[in-house]
Design a protein around this ligand. Structure first.
Ligand SMILES: *Cc1c(COP(=O)(O)O)cnc(C)c1O
Length: 351
C-alpha cells in the first residue's frame, strides 16, 4: 500500500499576478501593433511569472501565437494552447527534437541550414524561419537565403530579431529593418515578424504581420514610448515569520551590516536570494503593508530578509507584506535589468 501523503501546507511566499493588468497589457500591445497581431513570448516559464497562469489569460484576451525557447517548455503550454499555435524559437538541435516536434504538432523555428535539413529529414511540415539581420545570435544568414533547402520549407512566420529596439535612435534598427525586408522578398512565407516589446513602439514598417512582445506583457517598460501604456502585473508577497525587538547596538543578519541606533521592532520575512530576491536588495529593498514602507535591514539571506516594522506597529507573525517590485523603479534601484527581475523569481512562490 502506498502511504498517504498529506497536502503540503500553503506557502509563506506567493506571486500575486494581476490577470486584468496582463490582459490590458496584451490588448495595448496588440493595439500598438497596428495592422499586425500581437503574439506572446512565454519562454522561461513566461519570464518567471508562470506559463500555466499566463497562457490561459492571454488566450482569453485573444492571443493566438505563443513562443517558447526550449522543447521542454512545450508540454505545460499544451494544456492551454493548441499545438499549432506554439513555435519553439531555438529549433531542433537533434533529429529527436525534430521528430518530437512533428509528433507534437508544434512549429520549430528553423535557425540554420543544418536545422532546415533536420526538419526535412524528419518529414517537414509547417515551420517558422529566423533570419539573422545583425544581432548575430541564432538565425540563417542573408547569404544563405537562396539555398534550395530553404525553398523546400513550408514557412509560416519569417522572423528576425532586433538587437537594440529599446534605443529608437540606434542605427541598427533601420539596417535590420532593411535586411528583414530584403529577406521577405526572397523567401516564401505566410507572415512576417520582427518586433519584440520595444520594437512595437518603433511602429510603422517594424510591425509586419505579427509581433512578439514578452517583457511588456509582464509589466516591463523597455522604452519611454511604452510608459503609460503598461501596467504592473506581478507583486511578490511574503509572510512575516517572526517579530523581534532590537535594542540600540544590536545588529541584523550576516556580517552585521546594519546596527540599530535606537530600539526598533523588526520582522523576519520568508523571502531570500534563493527565491530571486538577490543580495543587491540588502539595505536597499522595500516592503509594504497597509500603505507603510518597510525598509530592508542588513543582508538578504538565502531564505529570509529582515525589515523595519517601525512604519506598521500592528503587524504580527503570519501577516503578509508586498515586496516593492514595480519593474522600472525596481530595476533602477537594484541595478538588475527588468528581464532579470522577472526571470529570477523562483520555484518556491505559490503562483
Ligand atoms: C524573448 C524574445 C522576444 C520577446 O522580447 P521582449 O523584449 O521581452 O519583448 C521576442 N522575440 C524573440 C526572438 C525572443 O527571443
Amino acid at each position: 500500500m502506498p502511504t498517504m501523503r498529506p497536502d503540503a501546507p500553503t506557502s509563506p511566499l506567493r506571486l500575486s499576478i494581476d490577470a486584468s493588468a496582463l490582459t490590458a497589457n496584451w490588448r495595448a500591445l496588440d493595439r500598438l501593433s497596428g495592422p499586425a497581431r500581437a503574439g506572446a513570448a512565454v519562454k522561461a516559464n513566461a519570464y518567471g511569472v508562470g506559463a500555466a497562469q499566463v497562457a490561459p489569460v492571454l488566450r482569453a484576451a485573444g492571443c493566438d501565437d505563443f513562443f517558447v525557447a526550449h522543447w521542454s517548455e512545450v508540454p505545460e503550454l499544451l494544456d492551454h494552447v493548441p499545438a499549432s499555435r506554439i513555435a519553439v524559437l531555438h529549433g531542433p538541435l537533434t533529429a529527436a527534437d525534430a521528430a518530437w516536434a512533428r509528433a507534437a504538432g508544434v512549429r520549430p523555428v528553423i535557425n540554420s541550414l543544418h536545422q532546415a535539413r533536420l526538419w526535412q529529414e524528419a518529414g517537414g511540415g509547417a515551420c517558422d524561419l529566423m533570419v539573422d539581420t545583425g544581432i548575430n545570435r541564432l538565425g540563417v544568414s542573408l547569404a544563405d537565403l537562396s539555398d534550395p533547402l530553404l525553398a523546400a520549407l513550408d514557412i509560416d512566420v519569417l522572423h528576425s530579431h532586433l538587437a537594440a529596439s529599446e534605443e529608437p535612435d540606434n542605427p541598427l534598427n533601420a539596417s535590420q529593418l532593411e535586411r528583414w525586408q530584403a529577406a521577405r522578398a526572397v523567401v516564401r512565407h505566410r507572415r512576417a515578424a520582427l518586433a519584440n516589446s520595444a520594437g512595437i513602439a518603433l511602429g510603422g514598417a517594424f510591425l509586419g504581420d505579427l509581433t512578439r512582445p514578452g517583457l511588456a506583457l509582464y509589466g516591463g517598460v523597455p522604452c519611454a514610448a511604452l510608459a503609460g501604456e503598461i501596467r504592473q502585473v506581478v507583486c511578490p508577497q511574503a509572510a512575516i515569520m517572526q517579530v523581534r525587538q532590537l535594542q540600540a547596538g544590536d545588529s541584523v543578519g550576516y556580517n552585521a551590516t546594519f546596527t540599530a541606533t535606537s530600539p526598533m521592532r523588526v520582522g523576519v520575512v520568508s523571502i531570500g536570494y534563493a527565491d530571486g530576491y538577490l543580495r543587491c536588495w540588502s539595505g536597499k529593498g522595500l516592503m509594504r503593508a497597509g500603505g507603510a514602507d518597510l525598509p530592508v535591514l542588513g543582508r538578504v539571506s538565502m531564505d529570509m530578509t529582515v525589515v523595519d516594522l517601525g512604519g506598521a506597529p500592528d503587524l504580527r507573525e503570519g501577516d503578509w507584506l508586498d515586496v516593492a517590485y514595480a519593474l522600472p523603479e525596481a530595476s533602477e534601484r537594484s541595478g538588475l535589468s527588468q528581464y532579470e527581475l522577472l526571470t529570477l523569481l523562483g520555484r518556491r512562490f505559490a503562483r
